[in-house]
Write a protein that binds this ligand. Structure first.
Ligand code: 4NP
Length: 157
């Protein structure tokens, strides 16, 4: 079982969108039995809340299920237990290091670093930009590259 955790700041916009989209992608490939997929935020403001309406709307637009998405805060245990911790931007990684008290993470990555051709490396936060479409489009590219990377690394076909 490959355990993947998506991380953003509030866990109501980007990382739940990524969680839902990655579950959808993995299911399309018939690989759902081989993955555990979750998301969390580094902040605690929205614990227990459903995703932002903008995230729910864009997932609905593309017929991606938003079932079971409720915000939670990342824990130091998460950082030990997940195989791939996928941050939306660099500040998420710095915040995770503050929470874990560590300055590096063997399993911690920034999503768009998997998509080397892209100039943009941080997924813009639609909580501030209001542009959920831009976030969805970048996540589509990043998540496809992430799945290809994991499949190769874990010898999944
Ligand atoms: P997210 O966006 O990190 O993509 O979930 C945010 C959501 C809420 C807040 C900040 C970012 N906030 O400050 O409440």
């Amino acid at each position: 079982m490959v355990k993947v955790l998506f991380v953003c700041l509030g866990n109501i916009c980007r990382s739940p969108m990524a969680e839902a989209m990655f579950k959808h992608l993995v299911k399309q490939e018939g690989l759902e039995g081989q993955f555990q997929i979750d998301s969390a935020g580094t902040g605690d403001w929205h614990i227990g809340n459903p995703p932002h309406q903008g995230t729910l709307d864009i997932l609905k637009k593309y017929q991606v299920s938003s079932e079971g998405l409720f915000a939670r805060q990342i824990t130091p245990e998460d950082m030990e237990q997940f195989d791939y911790i996928i941050a939306m931007d660099d500040s998420n990684i710095q915040n995770m290091y503050k929470i874990s008290g560590k300055q590096e993470g063997r399993n911690t990555f920034r999503l768009l670093d998997f998509k080397q051709e892209l100039q943009v490396k941080d997924v813009p936060d639609p909580y501030f930009t209001g542009d959920f479409q831009e976030t969805y489009d970048l996540l589509t590219e990043g998540l496809e590259a992430l799945l290809a990377h994991i499949k190769q690394e874990q010898a999944i076909s």
